[in-house]
Design a protein around this ligand. Structure first.
Ligand code: GTP
Ligand code: MG
Length: 207
């Protein structure tokens, strides 16, 4: 998909403050520092539209970006950030889960996972939670450039094995590098195809 325009719309502290849910929306979620904001920039061909940082916990609000004037890409705060107090962490979790459960126009959630790690409890639990709540999601491995190709493949395989312990079939899986702009076109193609489907079937999120 060609990106003609992309713009920051607003930051929201809760789902009730998000833009009117009239357009299809795709959100990026995952642990703090996994590379959500970086991948959004890479997909949109923008350097610093979504704010990134080497320090975890950079994104603390729900950030909406409008793309090609007809769909939203949403950057969410990371989950599982250890360096904030327990109560603040709970607040973030609530913000995230409330957003996911209540956002009417959320079409798909991209769950980002750092390809360098073997399956982590917190990610597996989050994916299970999506399943229990009927949330459509895909898995996106990040930071591919930080690993040797074979080791990366091995880690993806380990993840698949872990997922198949509780799922009958695997979700869509993307392997990406924001640094090298790899895998971004595949995600954009998925979004384009999904948007086309929604338009063809005249899906109205407020209907
Ligand atoms: P929070 O907003 O804190 O939840 O983090 P985030 O998930 O938005 O991560 P962010 O995009 O800010 O990136 C975190 C760090 O990882 C930054 O230092 C990025 O430069 C780095 N990073 C992100 N993606 C990649 C990648 O594909 N390759 C490499 N080498 N570094 C990356
Ligand atoms: Mg971020």
């Amino acid at each position: 998909m060609q990106i003609k325009t992309s713009e920051f719309v607003k930051s929201s502290q809760k789902w009730q403050e998000c833009p009117e849910p009239t357009l299809p929306e795709y959100a990026f979620i995952g642990r703090s520092n996994v590379g959500k904001s970086s991948l959004i920039n890479a997909m949109l061909g923008r350097k610093d539209l979504a704010k990134t940082s080497g320090t975890p916990g950079k994104t603390q609000l729900i950030n909406h970006f409008l793309v090609n004037e007809n769909w939203y890409l949403t950057d969410l705060p990371g989950y599982g950030y250890a360096k904030v107090s327990k109560s603040l962490r709970k607040d973030f979790e609530k913000l995230i889960t409330n957003y996911i459960l209540n956002r009417k126009n959320l079409v798909n959630l991209f769950v980002l996972i750092d390809i360098r790690h073997t399956p982590q409890k917190i990610d597996i639990e989050f994916i299970e939670w999506c399943g229990e709540n009927g949330i459509p999601f895909s898995i996106v491995f990040t930071k591919l450039d930080k690993m040797k190709p074979n080791a990366a493949k091995e880690n993806v395989e380990k993840y698949k094995v872990e997922l198949l312990k509780s799922w009958d079939s695997l979700p869509e899986i993307y392997v990406t590098s924001a640094e090298k702009k790899e895998g971004t076109e595949e995600i954009l193609n998925f979004i384009r195809t999904t948007n086309d489907f929604l338009t063809k079937n005249k899906v109205d999120f407020n209907g």
